[in-house]
Design a protein around this ligand. Structure first.
Ligand code: S3P
Length: 430
């Protein structure tokens, strides 16, 4: 098992880092490039384990993909050009690969099998396989199609109108991708707005999408055309350094080219509500996504309430927001976040158990957690439980803990941020 040891920072974090490519956007660039006609090139791609799983799966579907670090070249075959795979499609730890690829495969006239790691095997898939079955696809798997391994026999599909029971960009995206290949107009309505990278990027590839409030419609039979996609920095990765900069004394850090899509940027509102000294500069568009450089300084923080429509806009940042809250005066209450239970781990349980080990005052609730600060974190041994964001949240806690923090199973961090420890070093050593 890989272990990382983090010790308290003595003189503050300073300097700047370029945040690695957005994971959600990197997955989509590969998938949409594969189903487009003609060549797609991607720069700023995130070469994390999850996105590499997407590349491997699409190669098995007959697509030629060259990847060299952050540059990817995809020889798009068009939807009709995908081939029945002779091997199982292994998604590793990636929920996004599983669910978006299911949307594509549901309408392809062949058989395929999806498996993943132990964490994927516990994650609910009925939320996507059930509506995909109503398009006309045949999907089976453990628990009546709720868990991997999943077997898919796709085919001609008919458009559906569907209201999502949970706010999930992965499910929304899967249904739009099946809709793209179906007869008629598919309309998906979400209970709360979720990340809209799929809609933005499909439009970039030449697909027409209609949005009305929380509903999105797509007409079947449209063709994607190869593009160049530049991937912005991932705000979910920047989040670890936004929190580190705010809580490590005497820090000033600048994070370059961070994606600030409003459906993702909830953490910026939380930082503001908690009183953090944060500023943005150089706002611009990278492709169809807004980006900016963000500077964060050590801050006096106060507790806040995080709930409702804000939750899907910061769902992946909650583990590190919990670390931030340990350093804020008073209570921080996180509610309406039961989706945390079905992430790479049950993140209500893992955040509460691991931060408690470090001496935080934190309690789990049915739909979130309550953190009371400001508390001194002591050191200790914690576990990532194979969850990249738990590993990184614990590393950030280690930067301010009195004694060293030992993180077990730290290699999970490479799922979304292979250069995480190097970036910590950069900010410590300037
Ligand atoms: C993602 C959507 C979110 C998020 C995940 C990436 C995506 O999941 O937590 O890390 O790329 O669409 P849900 O769709 O399950 O909310």
């Amino acid at each position: 098992m890989t272990i990382a040891t983090i010790t308290k920072v003595k003189t503050g974090l300073s300097g700047q880092i370029k945040i690695p490519g957005d994971k959600s956007i990197s997955h989509r660039a590969v998938m949409f490039g594969a189903i487009a006609k003609g060549k797609t090139t991607v720069s700023g791609f995130l070469p994390g384990e999850d996105c590499l799983s997407t590349i491997r799966c699409f190669r098995k579907l007959g697509v030629e993909i060259k990847q060299d670090g952050e540059n990817v070249e995809i020889q798009g075959v068009g939807l009709d050009g995908l081939k029945e795979p002779i091997d199982i499609l292994d998604v590793g730890n990636s929920g996004t690969t599983t669910r978006l690829m299911l949307g594509i495969l549901a309408a392809r006239p062949f058989h395929s099998v999806i498996i993943g790691d132990d964490s994927i095997a516990k994650r609910p898939m009925a939320r996507v396989t059930e509506p995909l079955k109503s398009f006309g696809a045949q999907i089976d798997g453990r628990g009546n199609g709720n868990y991997t391994p999943l077997s898919i026999r796709g085919g001609a599909t008919k458009a559906i109108t569907y209201t999502l029971p949970v706010a999930s960009a992965q499910v929304k995206s899967a249904l739009l991708l099946a809709g793209l290949q179906s007869e008629g107009v598919t309309t998906v309505t979400e209970p709360r707005l979720t990340r809209d990278h799929t809609e933005r990027m499909l439009e970039t590839f030449g697909v027409s999408i209609q949005r009305e409030g929380k509903s999105i419609s797509i007409e079947g039979g449209q063709t994607l055309t190869g593009q160049h996609i530049e991937v912005p920095g991932d705000i979910s990765s920047a989040a670890f350094f936004l929190v580190a900069g705010a809580i490590v004394p005497e820090s000033t850090c600048t994070l370059l080219q961070v994606g600030l899509n409003p459906t993702r940027a909830g953490i910026m509102e939380v930082l503001e509500a908690m009183g953090a000294r944060v500023s943005i500069a150089n706002q611009r568009m990278v492709g169809s996504e807004p980006v900016a450089d963000i500077t964060i300084e050590t801050s006096q923080l106060k507790g806040t309430v995080i709930e409702g429509d804000l939750i899907p806009r910061l769902i992946d940042e909650i583990p590190v927001i919990a670390v931030l809250a340990t350093q804020a005066e008073g209570q921080t209450i996180i509610k309406d976040a039961e989706e945390l239970k079905v992430k790479e781990t049950n993140r209500i349980d893992t955040v509460v158990s691991e931060l408690s080990k470090l001496g935080a005052t934190i309690e789990a609730t049915e739909d979130g957690m309550i953190i009371t600060g400001k508390s001194t974190l002591k050191g200790g041994t914690v576990d990532s439980f194979g969850d990249h964001r738990i590993g990184m949240a614990m590393a950030v806690a280690g930067l301010i803990a009195e004694q060293e923090v030992v993180i077990q199973d730290s290699k999970a961090i490479a799922v979304s941020y292979p250069t995480f420890f190097e970036h910590i070093e950069t900010l410590i050593n300037v």
